[in-house]
Every structure is written in C-alpha cells, then in structure tokens.
Design a protein. Structure first.
Length: 118
C-alpha cells in the first residue's frame, strides 16, 4: 500500500494550497479517506474526512476554509486549503481507512509540510 502526498509548501497568511494524495495497493473506492495534521509539540489531529460514499466532515478549526474531495477514478484525495492561517502550519498526512477500521487505523502516507508564514 502506498499513499503519496504532495502539494505542501510555504504560503503567506490568507493564501491557498492544494494537497493531493495518490493511493495504490488498496480498493480506493471502498476506503474512507482523511487528512490529518501534526504541528510541533502537538498531537496528530483529524482535519477532514470523506467517506467511501462521498460524505465530508471537517474539524471546527478548518470548517468553511478547507474542502476535501475524492476522485475514485484517479484514486486520489485532495484537500483545498483557503484563507490559511499561521496556526495551519503543520505536517499534513493522508490516511486511508478500510471498511471496519475506526479511529487512526488504516494506512498512512509520508506527510507533506505546510508552512504559513509572512
């Protein structure tokens, strides 16, 4: 199983970034897909999640600014991040959650750094 995350970088406050995660080795359409992030000294937190059926949910801290989407034909999940804030700085991880797996189980990508700084 491979989850290859990309799209991180340095952006100014108020800017936008789009993260992508390409999955292989799994039946992508059957997996829930999530984006987590971890800032230095903090626990990993769930940012956004999309079920196998396409229902999306978000943490309160990003609701209205971030949008998660999936493309079952391309086996990719994306996270569009707008109106970025300093506190969005973190390593962002892609997670694939197979049917029956809950919490932070499943498969993980290698992470991509997002830095919001002026």
């Amino acid at each position: 199983v491979q989850l290859q995350a990309s799209g991180g970088g340095l952006v100014q406050p108020g800017g936008s970034l789009r993260l992508s995660c390409a999955a292989s080795g799994i039946i992508f359409r059957s997996n829930g897909m999530g984006w987590y992030r971890q800032a230095p000294g903090s626990k990993r937190e769930l940012v956004a999640f999309v079920t196998s059926g396409g229902s999306a949910s978000y943490s309160d801290s990003v609701k209205g600014r971030f949008t998660i989407s999936r493309d079952n034909g391309q086996n990719t999940v994306s996270l569009q991040m707008n109106s970025l804030k300093l506190e969005d700085t973190a390593v962002y991880y892609c997670n694939a959650r197979p049917p029956g797996v809950i919490g932070t189980g499943g498969y993980w990508g290698q992470g991509t750094q997002v830095t919001v700084s002026s």
